[in-house]
Design a protein around this ligand. Structure first.
Ligand code: G1P
Length: 310
């Protein structure tokens, strides 16, 4: 029986440049989707999936993330004294989430590339498997995406990649897995990933979406990359390279995630995510639907100015 996954790493040191100027002062992880910042959706998902040790790897300019999860007893006491119980509860709930997930922060150090935050966190991980989730993705799923990945790991004892079916025309945005065998329940045996292929060269119609179960063997491959990087005085460290090196001799799996996936890392998809969460909100959803109808009516005649023109 493979060990249970208790730890997770959220790499949050990225600049969020695709969302500038929105992310000039506000970390992309702190942009709201629905009534929560993006990263809180991920932390909630992890805690709901039994993760008790979350490392968020940060860089300068990310202190708002810490501020968000930090307990603020003075604020809570003030709100309670003012009888604003619901707000006090909401503030406490976020700190409680951070306590349950035992969030710790780590400064990112080292070469460019998405393997670096994982290597930074590896010192605290020891010999255990760990979930790595990009902070851009938000899932709405009956079984949390993290839980689906953990389940695939428990079945296989091997590294697992979160996959989603994508439009073949989008293959240049993602790592595309080479599928060897289609097992039950969306579990695929894969032999590697082709990073951002031309649609005509894409080996499958799935994309790796920034969710991984990383095992000590993959961490060894990342270390190997670092060793070569030091020898050559240059280079970058990528999870895909480590996964491919590992997969050349050992088994790696992909898990097609069941659920609705929102990418919040670029403006168009971020707006879609915001809209979807707003529409689904029990209190504000109906107001928004009425507004959409009204705006549609305006467009077809009444002449009220469109906010995009102001
Ligand atoms: C990274 C990975 C890629 C994956 C993508 C998902 O690419 O290298 O395999 O499909 O994340 O977001 P990036 O988007 O950082 O270039």
């Amino acid at each position: 029986m493979p060990p249970t996954i208790r730890r997770a790493v959220i790499p949050a040191a990225g600049l969020g440049s695709r969302l500038l100027p929105l992310t000039k002062a506000t970390p992309k992880e702190m942009l709201p989707v629905g009534d929560k910042p993006v990263i809180e959706h991920t932390v909630r998902e992890l805690v709901a999936s039994g993760i008790t040790d979350i490392t968020i790897v940060v860089s300068g300019g990310k202190s708002l993330i810490q501020e968000h999860f930090r307990p603020n007893p003075a604020l809570v006491a003030q709100l309670r004294a003012d009888g604003r119980t619901a707000y006090a509860d909401a503030v406490e709930e976020v700190a409680e989430l951070a306590r349950k997930g035992h969030i710790t922060y780590l400064d990112q150090h080292g070469p460019y590339g998405n393997g670096t935050p994982v290597l930074n966190a590896a010192r605290n991980i020891g010999d255990e498997p760990v979930l790595v989730l990009w902070p851009d993705d938000v899932f709405v799923a009956e079984v949390p995406r993290a839980q689906q990945l953990i389940r695939a790991y428990e079945q296989t004892g091997c590294p697992v990649l979160a996959l989603m079916p994508v439009d073949p025309g989008d293959s240049q945005r993602y790592g595309v897995p080479i599928v060897k065998e289609d097992l039950d329940d969306g579990l695929l045996r894969i032999t590697g990933l082709v990073e951002k292929p031309d649609p005509k060269d894409a080996p499958s119609s799935y994309a790796a979406i920034g969710g991984y179960v990383i095992t000590p063997g993959i961490i060894d491959e990342l270390r190997e990359q670092t060793r070569r990087w030091t020898e050559q005085q240059g280079g970058e460290i990528y999870l895909t390279d480590a996964i491919n090196a590992y997969a050349s001799t050992r088994a790696v799996y992909g898990q097609v995630i069941r659920g609705r996936w929102y990418d919040t890392g670029n403006p168009a998809d971020y707006l879609v995510a915001q809209m979807a969460f707003a529409l689904a909100h029990p209190e504000y959803g109906p107001i928004l639907r009425a507004l959409v109808t009204e705006l549609d009516d305006d467009r077809t005649g009444s002449g009220t100015p469109d906010p995009s023109t102001t």
